[in-house]
Design a protein around this ligand. Structure first.
Ligand code: MLT
Length: 263
């Protein structure tokens, strides 16, 4: 694991392998270790970059907001440090929201997009209120309250029943987050821009991936997203929930590998 000061935070990141760069952006409230299986697989053929967003995993929080545009600036700063002009960007859920902000601010730096279990729309008013309440919960009761709330939503029914080690791994990732980092990311997500208008402007190859059992961003959301992006492909991952890459590693990696090979 490497560390670099970007703006006002120290970010932990990995840079493994050689070839065309692919960046994997993690979900809320996890960290880059959710991509360990993708790092192992794709670093054999590509240069793979992952990072912990500010306030998650081994990254410090800094004093700036954890807004999606700030996440995009953090990523741009990391890519500058690594000498990478443009990359394939793969974001899952909050990683997808950050990917949209990155596309908006740095369109020339995106070679291709992989949008997993995410949506382009903003939160509803009710959704925003729930985020602010959850931010207060993280501040008052810490990560344990967030773990209990999030695990049943993040994982699909099949995983919850048959893969307890994945729930344990997700629990560990949430425990590693800074409660204030969780609160600030919740506010960042609540205040994120609607990216629907961006979709028609995306000109790069795009793959949309969704777990068949995703409760947070269900397959119908992925269909809407894919239909709005010209030429995009849609892949459904059976027996997986919101964390499709963790819950069904082999199928997820195969789908991504085929997409990367076609580029
Ligand atoms: C995530 O997985 O990143 C979050 O569930 C996203 C969200 O809450 O909208």
């Amino acid at each position: 694991m490497n560390r670099i000061k970007i703006h006002d935070a120290e970010l932990a990141y990995k840079d493994v392998g050689q070839g065309q760069p692919v960046v994997y952006l993690h979900a809320f409230p996890l960290n880059q270790s959710m991509w360990d299986e993708q790092v192992a697989e794709f670093s054999q053929t590509h240069r793979v970059i992952t990072l912990d967003w500010r306030g998650f995993g081994n990254s410090t929080l800094g004093s700036s907001d954890s807004s999606m545009p700030n996440f995009a600036d953090d990523l741009a700063g990391l890519l500058d440090h690594l000498g990478i002009r443009a990359a394939t960007i793969c974001g899952l859920s909050m990683g997808g929201y950050a990917a949209f902000a990155f596309c908006r601010k740095y369109p020339a730096r995106v070679n291709a997009l992989i949008l997993c279990d995410t949506r382009a729309t903003q939160d509803t008013e009710e959704g925003k209120r729930a985020r602010f309440e959850t931010a207060e919960l993280a501040r008052s009761r810490g990560t344990s309250a967030i773990i209990e709330m999030m695990i049943p939503k993040l994982l699909g029914e099949t995983t919850l029943k048959t893969q307890p080690h994945i729930a344990a791994r997700v629990r560990q990732m949430i425990e590693a987050a800074n409660p204030e980092g969780i609160a600030k990311a919740l506010i960042g997500m609540a205040e994120r821009d609607d990216s629907t208008d961006l979709l028609a402007t995306l000109a790069c190859p795009t793959l949309v991936v969704v777990g068949q059992e995703d409760k947070l961003t269900p397959p119908s959301e992925a269909e809407t997203l894919s239909a709005a992006i010209r030429g995009s492909q849609l892949a459904l991952i059976p027996q997986a929930g919101h964390l499709a890459n963790l819950e069904s590693v082999t199928v997820f990696n195969q789908v991504v590998s085929e997409f990367l090979k076609r580029m």
